[in-house]
Design a protein. Sequence first.
Length: 366
Amino acid sequence: MITIFISSEHTYTWGTYLATHGDSIASRVKFIPYGEKVDVRSIPAGTVIFTDLERLVLGHKQAAIKVHREISRHRPDITLLNSPQSSLLRYDLLSVLKKADINGFKVYRADQDWSGARFPVFVRIADDHGAPRTKLLYNAADVESEIRALTGFRWDGLFSRKKKSDRASVDATEKRSSSRIDISLPKDNSLMGRLCRIRRRLQRPKDIVVCEFIDTSNANGLYHKYGAFVVNGRIVPAHLWFSENWVVKFGSSHQEPEYCQRELDYIRENPHAKQLQRVCELANIQYGRIDYSVDSMNRIAVWEINTNPVVVPYISNPEIADKREPSHELFAIAFNEALRNLPWKPREGVEAARLDQPVHQHLLSA
């Protein structure tokens, strides 16, 4: 079995994949939400993946660390991917990659001295997988203003409610249901769970990152972003997007045949596998998606490693979905193989826990 610890609000990342290209894997995947009591003796043998590390905060992060440690000590029949304690998150990862001369840009926490930053820069939230929160900034005054604006409690969406669907939207949902699995997990409504959700909305200066901009556009002014998964050390290319915007997102990326073919070539050739394996070793991350670009000197620029990425995206536009399907299928072949090849036998040098040994339950929370 593959057991995945995950935030109950973010299970959508696996839904489309398990309903389509990963349907042969679905019966071998079990999800456990952060916030559920777990006896490590009851976890199925196989592989355990700790995802959503960026969203683990407060005492629940400490609980996840304890569960990880208990599994490591008492379950030799389980292979662990990612560590809630020692896997590097965005700021620490990008700092390490700069020191290792892999990245050519620096990052600074907003509560530290960033006066040496090379302009232009942009500002983002350290644990946020969305776009940068600012445009490119060219002077210190603008950076300070943006940091002040971002500091504090994030109210957006806190009290929003889902609107009642009309018949058309219900019909659309029914049509889409066959291409996505609804992975519904109980939300942690304990006091600690609520505190964690509040904490994730609190943006302190140390949660805000000032990042130097690096121009990765080509001669035609197009920017690009690669996405490649790591699965226990194996690099699996997933996508290559192109856009005129320096923030490259799928929604604004080119969908012409030329660019779809370049994405296919990238997935087939896996040209940066060795470099990305080194990045993941430095990060101590065994599962996630590396988002990166390549500059004119053929030097990679790593933006982040997302430990709970969307495996296969759901695309509502049928025309675009058809164009991207060859890439998704090619990616899924390699991704399926990587999951099937995850270790199943006990690790050497660790004594198995007897059923009469007390192994404490720990509360995990999103």
